[in-house]
Design a protein around this ligand. Sequence first.
Ligand SMILES: NC(=O)c1ccc[n+]([C@@H]2O[C@H](COP(=O)([O-])OP(=O)(O)OC[C@H]3O[C@@H](n4cnc5c(N)ncnc54)[C@H](OP(=O)(O)O)[C@@H]3O)[C@@H](O)[C@H]2O)c1
Length: 251
Amino acid sequence: MTQLRRLLPDPAPLTPAEAVEGLAFGQRAPADRPYVAVNFVESVDGRAAFEGRSGALGDDVDRQLFHGLRGRVDAVLVGTGTLRAERYGRLVRDPDRRAAREAAGLRPDPLAVVVSRSLDLPPDIPLFQDPDSTIVVYTSSDAEPPECPADVRLVRLDPAETTMTTALRRLRADHGVRSLLCEGGPTVFGALVHERLVDELFVTLSPKLAGGMDPLTILQGPRLPDPEELELRWVLEAGGSLFLRYGVPLG
Ligand SMILES: NC(=O)c1ccc[n+]([C@@H]2O[C@H](COP(=O)([O-])OP(=O)(O)OC[C@H]3O[C@@H](n4cnc5c(N)ncnc54)[C@H](OP(=O)(O)O)[C@@H]3O)[C@@H](O)[C@H]2O)c1
């Protein structure tokens, strides 16, 4: 059994499952949108990808926590760049994890959520090819959605209203989504931060250097007016990786 060391708040050993089991994001949802947690992995030199993907930056414990967080939410928001680069598939493939979600009062599979102005989606990726997946797509495009086995629910929005704020309000009102995990990418995270929609940030600081001349960091987009102060909520460690949880008092 993989053990993490909790260094903060109170030092203790725990498993990845124990680390996430008390997370009740939905109970903390504001009235008009879901509670929003964001999860990223980055190298010590601040890179969010290596050769265009994040997989080489993480390790097994990071992946367990990544899936553990998926187990705690109603829906998962992912950018089109990330869907394409990481070739997303069904969000919860493991039947035991689906059963655990049901036992926690959630649907077996979280909704997948995409916001896209262009509707330039990657229908060939496993997620769109999976008949058990439901994908809610908010778009201002007039284009037709891709024909694919997944249940794609297109919601057309006015171009001026095609924002993360509108999408999150509609998710809450139309689908009852109280907890949302954003898995990136950095452009979508930037949009959420600028619209002040992030409640928590989970960051794995991986004990690796990535280098390279293309400095993709976890947050892309315009510079913030001032550096935002985050509130450190926990520090976990395993195998030299630090798993950090921050409150984001942007609301
Ligand atoms: N280290 C990590 O944990 C991690 C996590 C995720 C991703 N990544 C990496 O990040 C890279 C992909 O990230 P990315 O930043 O290029 O793409 P992204 O954030 O995944 O997706 C960006 C797309 O989101 C859509 N979008 C919708 N509303 C938006 C808004 N209000 N503002 C901006 N974009 C909006 C746009 O699609 P339309 O053009 O269709 O409008 C935009 O092109 C990959 O290399 C991936 O491996 C790393």
